[in-house]
Ligand binder design. Structure first.
Ligand code: FAD
Ligand code: SF4
Length: 397
């Protein structure tokens, strides 16, 4: 007789509206499945356990005497890369989709957990287990909203898949790592992206309406290394808005409370991370965390152009000045924001220093948020590496 796992018994107890993390829930999808049985341990917002899970996934946790470990996590190498032939319609050049397709084509995995969109709404996430290259391609480009990727966990177990790739952001991957051993897989590969400032679908609408000249035609946007938000529209045109011109006073509540209390911007627990913020403008930033991640990257090496990562400038003053400005919801007139954008693009942080700038700005903001809204969680919820990052700055009371 097959033993029934404790989580399988929890199915009957599964009210889909139950979210033990309450307002901090990032809708990662775990609680839509009977793996809710493990939520108290697995949820990134109930049990911060980055160091323990790093040890499990990579064989070591961050070295706290090493500042680059605070920022970028456990890693073997970092590199800047772009596809020689970019995938049309991908978020950047499509390295994530390309790795997933190669892994499927070469038989390393039988399925890929990724996020397509619903037919009715290009930004409404629809997690799937893709089993063909076409299904992976249909998931390209960010759905810049909270996405319940782990809602397919029961399907994985029932499907009999044994070798799986999961693509996801930090909070999803922390919960996944926590229940990894219960999934009955022979091999799990994890391809992560950095993630910050995510929103609900309603929050996204408010952001688009507050920031873009034509919210209904936006197909893609990104906060770029040139200190501007780049919107791409249906007709192929690009619109840019300087960070310093964002209507901070109206946007303060738009980001999800989960993202305002997240300290895993760089997806610490993935085998391989593909983002952009540590690379020069137009390039993608790749962090290889362990041997499995190196193997995944090697599969697509012949399709990539690469260059070493670089670092230039000094972020500290810009971060320190931005802390009270954000806190007070200061919004500059557009002419001043554009001017400031031009100056900071010329003399501001670049490459890895830009990534540190972004991490510092978000961690200080998030630390203040947790301190003010969830003071009882502060000590346990903020990982040691993030305490060190925040400790470099003077914060308002
Ligand atoms: P593509 O080939 O286009 O593939 C994109 C993949 O992302 C798809 O496989 C899809 O399954 C997955 N995906 C889409 N939406 C979601 C979602 N909501 N949740 C989980 N997975 C999703 N990088 C940075 O360096 N700095 C950032 O601040 C940053 N913020 C991000 C915020 C969000 C909400 C997301 C989803 C990503 C963010 N990234 C960030 C990652 C970056 O935008 C690109 O996704 C990454 O560089 C991969 O680009 P690509 O062209 O290779 O991806
Ligand atoms: Fe459940 Fe995920 Fe929400 Fe935590 S973040 S309460 S694990 S759905």
């Amino acid at each position: 007789m097959t033993a029934v796992q404790p989580h399988q018994k929890a199915k009957a107890l599964k009210p889909s509206s139950r979210r033990p993390a309450k307002e901090l829930c990032s809708e990662c999808g775990l609680c839509d499945t009977y793996y809710i049985h493990y939520v108290k341990e697995a949820c990134a917002f109930l049990n911060q356990q980055v160091a323990e899970l790093e040890q499990q996934a990579h064989g070591r946790s961050r070295n706290l005497d090493e500042p680059d470990d605070w920022y970028f996590g456990v890693r073997k190498t970092m590199v800047a890369a772009r596809k020689q032939a970019p995938i049309p319609g991908a978020q950047w050049t499509g390295i994530v989709s390309t790795i997933a397709i190669e892994m499927l084509n070469q038989g390393l995995v039988e399925g890929v957990v990724c996020v397509q969109n619903t037919e009715a709404d290009r930004f409404q996430p629809q997690p799937v287990i893709a089993r063909t290259p076409a299904e992976i391609l249909a998931a390209r480009v960010n759905k810049p909203t909270l996405s319940p990727n782990l809602s397919v966990l029961e399907e994985i177990e029932h499907s009999g898949l044994k070798r799986l790739l999961v693509i996801g952001v930090g909070c999803q991957i922390q919960a996944l790592r926590s229940v990894e051993k219960q999934l009955g897989l022979e091999k799990l590969y994890v391809l992560g992206t950095p993630c910050v400032d995510n929103v609900t679908r309603a929050g996204l609408q408010k952001f688009l309406e507050t920031t873009s000249r034509s919210p209904e035609t936006v197909v893609h946007y990104e906060f770029m290394q040139d200190f501007r938000v780049h919107f791409k529209h249906e007709d192929g045109s690009t619109e840019t808005v300087p960070f310093f011109g964002l209507k901070t006073n109206q946007l303060k509540d738009v980001f999800a409370p989960s993202c305002m209390s997240c300290f895993d911007y760089v997806n610490s627990l993935a085998d391989l991370v593909v983002g952009y913020m540590g690379a020069p403008f137009g390039w993608q930033w790749i962090v290889v965390r362990n041997d499995r991640g190196q193997g995944m990257l090697d599969l697509v090496a012949s399709q990539l152009e690469t260059q070493p990562v670089m670092s230039q400038g000094n972020r500290h003053q810009a971060v320190q000045q931005s802390i009270p400005a954000y806190d007070q919801g200061v919004t500059l007139p557009m002419w001043a924001a554009k001017l400031m954008g031009i100056v900071i693009e010329k003399i501001g942080p670049k490459g890895l220093e830009y990534a540190r700038f972004s991490i510092d700005s978000h961690f200080t903001r998030n630390y203040l948020y947790v301190q003010r809204h969830h003071p009882q969680k502060l000590a346990a919820h903020v990982p040691d590496y993030a305490q060190r990052i925040v400790g470099q700055y003077k914060l308002p009371q």
